[in-house]
Design a protein around this ligand. Structure first.
Ligand SMILES: [Zn+2]
Length: 148
């Protein structure tokens, strides 16, 4: 499917399945991921992250990365993986809006509040109850407001 997945084949298969879920619910965002992002699996435990989004400018060309920790590719459900890739892809979508000038604590918090709530809606549309409970718990732990 996507040419921009850097991972061993079993993980690649799981990422492809998660991307299919995103394609069904959010075809526009799915197209953006496919055309603009490189998804890479690796060891993120040393920075205490399960996934993150990053952008680099290489010779004037904008490169968007979605990095996924190998442990989540081993253990997470398809829906939770889809929700996470959806979350990271939204960071790229709103990168300029929230991070163009400077990235202060306040704008980062706002960005995350919005994106986490979008991810929660995404999981609701999938009827992924277990994943919703997990995410709400995570949001509460991080002091992120859950929209009604
Ligand atoms: Zn995030």
């Amino acid at each position: 499917m996507s040419q921009n997945i850097i991972a061993r084949s079993d993980w690649r298969f799981r990422v492809d399945k998660a991307l299919e879920t995103i394609e069904q619910l959010e075809p526009g965002l799915y197209s953006a991921i496919l055309s603009q992002s490189t998804i890479q699996a690796g060891q993120l435990s040393n920075i205490n992250a399960e996934a993150f989004a990053s952008q680099e400018d290489i010779n004037g060309k904008k490169i968007q990365w979605i990095l996924l920790d190998s442990s989540i590719l081993n253990h997470w459900s398809r829906n939770r993986l889809a929700g996470t890739i959806f979350h990271e892809a939204l960071h790229h979508k709103f990168w300029e809006k929230y991070r163009s000038l400077f990235q202060d604590e306040q704008s980062l918090k706002k960005e995350h509040e919005y994106i986490y709530n979008q991810e929660l809606q995404f999981l609701k549309r999938l009827n992924a109850l277990e994943e919703q409970i997990y995410l709400v718990q995570l949001m509460k732990e991080q002091g992120i407001k859950v929209y009604k």
